[in-house]
Write a protein that binds this ligand. Structure first.
Ligand code: FAD
Length: 445
């Protein structure tokens, strides 16, 4: 029997600068790769889901890279623990004993629970289970207040992030090499399941579906980020969110480019880490208001208003353009995300959770921590949120960020004609209603 290490790819679909994979290789045993299409997650998705197509496309590429390097990426479709057990059994039957399983940590509630179960099972099997911090530069425990408690406000968090980095003997932005030929064990495994084998429409895998994210990141885009980031008609942001979600790029490589070219852009990458840390330290915030008293707001059960918002038929051009961009491409510009989210929670007084769920279904870059963070920011209920009396005026936002209506015309061609919907709610009334409702609900009992 030879001894091997298993490296379990989850949301890190790359060989380059993968800290967990590098650690597995450095542990001294040949490495076998493993990926599981997790039924627990996939079973809840619709048959046409381009995120699954994106993952499938990258797993296929990863498998080809393993193969051309003389290694193997085993791919399963099932529940993670059972799939892992069966991979370990298969390897044993081929004369390879798995002594170590390595993976990169995911900080959200479901993966934390899953990994705790896997850890217990490994322990019972005499296999060591190692988790590494790869998805963020600073894991949630690395950036804490001096008294050891988590930050709940971004600016001091960000300051401390830099301070911790400066104090580290080993720069956490350093990257590691891809494992070369000679790092791998060659074994046999089942063929990659197709999208249709897994119950998905083959169209989910059409790369046209994620073209909003599919272009190389140029230094020039990062350098001009601050100047162009708020203009939704331009591709002035980097569209890295989908790649960061599934780890087809390395956060360290991106943060280095931020350091070199744009402090502002680096700050956005740190916002991502802040929200990961918030969700990790305060897992209740995935479904409840971070600030409990915001759960006292009597949200309106406005099904019609919500349907108009989802369809981009509110009669507010910037809101409608954003929702139609989302429905068509799976992406929405950050400035417009803020405007549509504020409109739903404040103008319509609809529970932020409805909007959060809708974004979760539609966004290709959907990420629980950032989505909940963004929605709670907009509704005022989050840790470092917009004050409740700040109600974005969608008309002034358009005047400021899309003055010529270039973005709006692209997504709402009937804007300015008799065919365009009348506003479903009057701004002045809605603004006052939101302020009064929030004020009454938040008043100390
Ligand atoms: C209501 C709402 C919901 C959101 N939902 C998500 C989500 O599900 N997934 C997601 O990745 N982002 C979410 N965001 C944050 C932000 O809108 C997107 O990260 C950004 O639009 C992605 O485009 P980009 O890659 O071109 O970003 P860039 O502006 O180029 O920024 C670079 C990277 O920094 C990170 N980032 C930027 N802004 C934020 C932010 N405000 N919060 C956290 N990370 C940020 C992202 O990883 C992004 O890819 C949400 C924001 C709001 C207001």
């Amino acid at each position: 029997m030879s001894t091997v290490s298993l490296f379990w790819h989850r949301r890190d679909l790359r060989l380059e600068d993968n800290l967990g994979l590098a650690a597995a290789r450095n542990a001294g045993h040949p490495v076998v790769g493993f990926f599981c299409f997790d039924r627990h997650i996939l079973n809840r998705l619709p048959a046409l889901d381009r995120r699954v197509g994106f993952i499938h496309h990258h797993v296929e590429r990863l498998q080809a890279s393993y193969h051309s390097d003389g290694g193997t990426l085993l791919v399963a479709h099932g529940h993670p623990l059972e799939s892992l057990q069966s991979a370990v059994d298969q390897l044993r039957q081929q004369g390879s004993d798995v002594a170590h399983i390595h993976a990169n940590r995911d900080y959200a509630p479901y993966p934390v629970k899953r990994d705790a179960e896997i850890g217990q099972w490994c322990h019972a099997q005499g296999i060591t289970f190692h988790l590494h911090d790869d998805h963020v530069v600073m894991p949630p425990e690395a950036v804490l207040k001096d008294d050891g408690t988590p930050y709940t406000v971004f600016t001091p968090y960000s300051r401390k992030w830099h301070k911790v980095r400066d104090a580290m003997a080993h720069d956490p932005l350093s990257t590691v090499d891809s494992p070369g030929a000679g790092s791998w064990a060659k074994v046999t495994g089942a063929a990659l399941p197709s999208l249709t084998d897994m119950g998905f429409d083959a169209e989910s895998g059409n790369p046209e579906g994620w073209k909003a994210f599919d272009f190389p990141l140029q230094d020039a885009t990062i350098k001009r980020y601050e100047e162009r980031r708020d203009i939704p008609s331009q591709t002035g942001t980097t569209r890295m969110s989908l790649h960061l979600r599934f780890g087809t790029v390395s956060i360290r490589a991106l943060a280095q480019r931020g350091m070199a070219h744009s402090e502002k852009w680096l700050t956005e990458l740190i916002w991502r880490e802040f929200y990961q840390a918030i969700l990790h330290h305060f897992p209740h915030s995935a479904s409840d208001a971070f600030r409990a008293k915001y759960d006292r707001i009597p949200w309106r059960q406005d099904e019609d208003g919500f349907a108009a918002w989802c369809a981009g038929q509110t009669g507010y051009p910037l809101v409608d353009a954003g929702m139609r961009e989302l429905n068509t491409t799976g992406f929405m510009h950050n400035r417009v995300r803020m405007v549509v989210a504020s409109f739903l929670c404040k103008h319509l007084l609809v529970d932020w959770r409805w909007g959060e769920r809708y974004f979760a279904e539609k966004l290709l870059d959907y990420e629980l921590a950032s989505n909940v963070g963004g929605w709670q920011w907009a509704s005022g209920s989050g840790c470092d949120a917009a004050p409740y009396f700040r109600v974005f005026n969608p008309e002034s936002q358009m005047k400021k960020f899309d003055p010529k209506g270039v973005y709006v015309k692209k997504w709402v061609p009937e804007w300015g004609t008799a065919d365009y919907a009348a506003p479903i709610v009057e701004h002045k009334m809605a603004r006052q209603r939101a302020i009064d409702t929030y004020k009454a609900a938040l008043a100390d009992a």
